[in-house]
Ligand binder design. Structure first.
Ligand SMILES: [Fe+2]
Length: 424
């Protein structure tokens, strides 16, 4: 483990606590670093549905404690100011403590979320044949029916429209057959416009959060954000059916099984219905999803935390690559979704490294891609995300074509393992 990991990070951790406690003790939310609610999750409750009003929306049939999270507003721009450092420290502290943070939406983001939610409702309300036509044989973008996705061998009840990098067939990467590279099969121009605006703004938020995380971790500028040039960002527009109105293909009450996500950050918006559960970081819980799938891990035990819907916030959890880069200082957040009494809508935006990125753990004094350790092979993000798509969608036309044309073998080629895209 590098110098930074041995010394600076533990020192920074004690500094975080001092700053964060000072700011909350003052009780006046005048700084961006100050949260707008109590900064702790509530302790596990033996009867959460009766003792904690935040648990009123918890899906039936689940045992979990209930998160009561601080909400952080983000400044318009991030510099290296003292307040930005304090905010970065507070975010890292909150991720290490709770596994999830809440970010306040501004007025533009509230409108974008309202528009995206309306577009989502309209799309999922279409006849099945129209939705099912939204697939592409080269990209994993488009429609995924309830019961099509597989997590840990069990189908998920989520109904999804996935948005990956929308590349025309003339793009050199598509022409060369790079796995997962292709057009997004939009149902209409209206949904495309709404979702692209939503995703664009989420991307700005993702870059801000990574910059703040760099400040909070005490790593050089670019140690995280350097990986997101031409990032393989993608979005999942999600609908969950009511628990008593499923097609019976999956497991009762299970919307999506336990798993971790693959990249750096997952920024999500959820409606008022409720269904998200996460696990807090736990030193005794070891997993490395880039080596062995963590899907299904501890899915049915009672140490989950329910994340109740809060109006006007995004939730942000961490992905596998953040865990890998920080050598488990920040860990990917295991999460799952339960089905509720009513249908539920949510959108998850994934802020990712470049498909070509080969990530290596941060070292003291040499964080980031510029000074990667030559003796560490690293994790190729493009292979990591392709493995996920193939595992989750084994019967999709995209997987069948990928296998039939031996596209997976391209992932070993040098031009798919550079930091920069071949096209701007
Ligand atoms: Fe996920």
């Amino acid at each position: 483990m590098g110098l930074l990991s041995r010394t600076l990070w533990p020192l920074r951790q004690s500094a975080i606590k001092t700053k964060f406690h000072m700011s909350t003790a003052a009780g006046v939310a005048t700084s961006p670093a100050q949260a707008t609610s109590h900064p702790r999750t509530s302790p596990p409750s033996p009867s959460p549905n009766t003792l904690n009003p935040l648990s009123k929306t918890m899906p039936p049939g689940f045992k979990a404690s209930v998160a009561h999270l601080p909400t952080f507003p983000l400044p318009p721009t991030i510099t290296s100011s003292a307040s930005d450092h304090a905010l970065g420290n507070a975010l890292v502290d909150a991720w290490r403590r709770d596994g999830i943070i809440q970010i306040a939406m501004d007025s533009t983001q509230r409108q974008l979320w309202a528009d995206a939610k309306a577009a989502s409702r309209a799309f999922f309300g279409r006849p099945h044949a129209e939705k099912a036509a939204c697939v592409d044989s080269q990209s994993y973008a488009g429609y995924i029916a309830s019961g099509e996705e597989i997590t840990d061998g069990i189908v998920d009840y989520s109904e999804i429209f996935t948005i990956t990098k929308d590349l025309g067939v003339e793009d050199p990467r598509v022409r060369a057959g790079w796995p997962g590279h292709g057009p997004c099969p939009w149902p209409d121009a209206g949904m495309k416009g709404v979702m692209k605006r939503f995703e664009g703004r989420m991307g700005e938020e993702g870059e801000k959060l990574l910059t703040l995380a760099e400040l909070g971790l005490g790593v050089p500028e670019g140690a995280l954000t350097g990986y997101t040039r031409d990032g393989w960002h993608h979005t999942r527009v999600l609908r969950f059916p009511p628990r008593n109105a499923t097609n019976g293909k999956g497991k009762k009450g299970r919307g999506i099984g336990s798993h971790t996500d693959y990249g750096l950050l997952v920024i999500a918006a959820q409606d008022e219905v409720g269904g998200l559960f996460i696990r807090r970081p736990n030193q005794d819980e070891k997993f490395a999803n880039w080596e062995k799938s963590a899907a299904g891990l501890n899915e049915d035990d009672d140490s989950w935390v329910y994340v109740p819907p809060v109006d006007g916030v995004h939730t942000v959890i961490l992905g596998d690559m953040m865990q890998y880069l920080t050598r488990n200082y920040l860990t990917a957040t295991p999460h799952k979704v339960g089905l509720n009494k009513r249908e539920r809508f949510a959108i998850a935006y994934f802020h990712e490294p470049s498909f070509q990125a080969v990530l290596k753990p941060l070292e003291g004094g040499c964080g980031g891609m510029a000074q990667q350790s030559a003796d560490i092979e690293g994790v190729h993000y493009g292979t990591h995300i392709t493995n996920m798509f193939m595992r989750n969608y084994p019967d999709r036309i995209t997987t069948r074509r990928l296998v039939a044309e031996n596209r997976y073998s391209l992932l070993k080629r040098p031009e798919l393992r550079t930091m920069c895209a071949t096209t701007a």
